[in-house]
Design a protein around this ligand. Sequence first.
Ligand SMILES: [Zn+2]
Length: 422
Amino acid sequence: MVAESGPGTSPTPNRHIRLTSHSGAVDALTIRWGAATAKDRGPVIGTTTTRAHRHVIGTHSGSYSVYRALAVAAGALSPAHRADLTNTAPTDVIGPYPQWSEPGAIVSLDPWGAMVADAFTTELAAGYDIRPTIAVTKAHVMLPEITDAIARGRLNPDGRTLLSNGAALVTKAAIEPVWYLPGVAARFGCSENALRRVLFEETGGMYPELVTRGDLEVFLPPIGGQTLYIFGDARDLADPAVELTARVHDECNGSDVFGSDICTCRPYLTHAIEECIQGAQRGGVGLVAYYRKEGRALGEVTKFLVYNARKRQAGGDTADQYFARTECVAGVQDMRFQELMPDVLHWLGIRKVHRLVSMSNMKYDAIVGAGIEVGERVNIPDELIPADARVEIDAKMAAGYFTPGPVPDADELKIAKGRGLI
Ligand SMILES: [Zn+2]
């Protein structure tokens, strides 16, 4: 049961299954996670065509790896396709920074992932299929809240960070997950074996190598990654003397994109962007790190079920039942687990966040716990909280979220403030 397929092999129904659970990759290069240089660390190679070169579990593109498989199955994509990386180099150089080789500092992304075309020219020329896991580009972002802030005089276009048409100039980076399993296990306080076994079992046995190939320590999980929006000069992020305004934001499609008013996600996000622009205009730098962890990483189906459970419960939608309703449906209150979140801050070389635009105690604790200093914490202004989102924000403040004002008491939390299902 082997049948290696080489580049150019088209998928056919009769082809033998290629097992990934047996060793034999004699041509595979070594990964020395945390090494100080790209050359010492070695490239991350998740190719599915040249089996002998593979030295990771999983494949590239995060959650989109499944769509890639679908494209191959449909005959739309050759599995042997190699990326032409001409002109794809990052617009801004990020690092290398000392954090890249500090033990345990970065375990969930490849710090060298943006510069593979430069760092591994020899290996690429030798035929290794090495793909970037990070891409860095430039963009103009236009948001109605920013245009409104200009109209109200809170923001002033300077032609550099903010244009008169309301466009903010950013450097943005997309990052795919690359997990160093021993480091991820250590972050969550479990054994590597336990982590491997549970990842294998709870994905229905999706990656047998997790349990059969203890020698492969890097896993490319089929999950969402993160996107960074940098306002100002990306190099300033690593200079603790330059004021950094930052928000670490977990995806909430309903609010972020569609303006659903049951939570504060979009208003807090756009407030953070306004703060980032102001910070950059003061000579500082701004950062919004956006994590694809929809609905506290529970997903939108669970999230919408919770909305119904909250709004249909006896007594209406109240803050005192906010977390309980989530736990009833999902089994936990939250699945985001901020333990891996600070990795990207280390990738950017950040030592100090002067203004953290977040009230989350979990995010704050994770950042400070990662050895990054946090100065001021910036709450969402009251006037930006939608009426229906009062339930969420009260519940969170009572649970330990930062607030410069009074924490709601038990009686206050019992008052129904959420709309019904209309
Ligand atoms: Zn939300």
